[in-house]
Design a protein around this ligand. Sequence first.
Ligand code: FES
Length: 344
Amino acid sequence: MTGTARQYVRFLFLKLESAWRRLEADEQARQKVQFATTLLSFRAKLLLRTYSLSGTRGDADLLLWQVSDDLEVFQEVQTAVFSTDLAGYLSIPHSYVGMTRKSIYQFPDRAGEADSIVVKPQDSRFLFVYPFVKTRAWYALPHEERQAMMQEHVTIGRAHPDVRLNTIYSYGLDDQEFVLAFESDDPGDFLDLVMELRETKASAYTQRDVPIFTCLQMSLWQALDAMGGRSAATLAEVVDQAGFTDVAGVGDLDGSGGLRVYCGREAIALFKVGERVFAVADSCTHGRASLSEGTVLADGCTLQCPWHEGRFDLESGRPCGGPARVPIKTFEVKIEAGRVLVRS
Ligand code: FES
């Protein structure tokens, strides 16, 4: 993605049929791996954040928040993941598409307005999403009157600085006018904000602002496991006498990105740099990102987390940039007969 153009945004909610949970356990794990590796193969084409709704909604289990410079990428992604075996048990209860754009209202002291066309998800634990439609009476009001009401909104929002709003515009592209996505670590803070906004003058001009989704941010692998069934971590493995586990073929690593594998119950990210293969813990120590979705920088020895650009030395696991402060675990690797073996 260019990082400078307006972006397309999709919120894709998926629901898993209960029949899937009656499949053989190994088949459940296999389908999770196939689904995740298919979806993650698009990471160079779009920004992806994954959320679980298990425990917060009855009609959706998984949210895929996708951001791209190209609208057609969303179709490519859906075609690919709906060609996996897991997709035979998935439905789409909700889907919202829109674009970024700058507001028609002026908020001179609002920080970050210049960047509002580029989506930059934070490390917040929760995302609260809902479609939003104004009444037609709102559009009949003079612009100055609407500006004053929006200013009241912004002033209330400032009293909740830990709640961050992403405004997506859907006019003409989808049924709603906006999709609002609030990031926060504290559901109570968001609840208080919404209650206060109900008291504003602009609230009288809301036609629709449901359904509302409370989503918990986690890596795709964790979100799949949150749906139930056997974890991909339990797939059969081969361990040699020295305690090394056969986790992948060298040919599975093409050098363009990481590969998530398991060693026992530990999720590991593998990276091939030249002829060497590095193995580090898959979970970032800053948030819940999967480091196998990260990038090895041009120096060949620094791994950058995909979420907030936390950096780690691939050899030692030490943090060396960004918000991460705690080292990641590293693993001993050997290569035999074209196979990658890892010892935990
Ligand atoms: S999750 Fe924040 S830097 Fe990795």
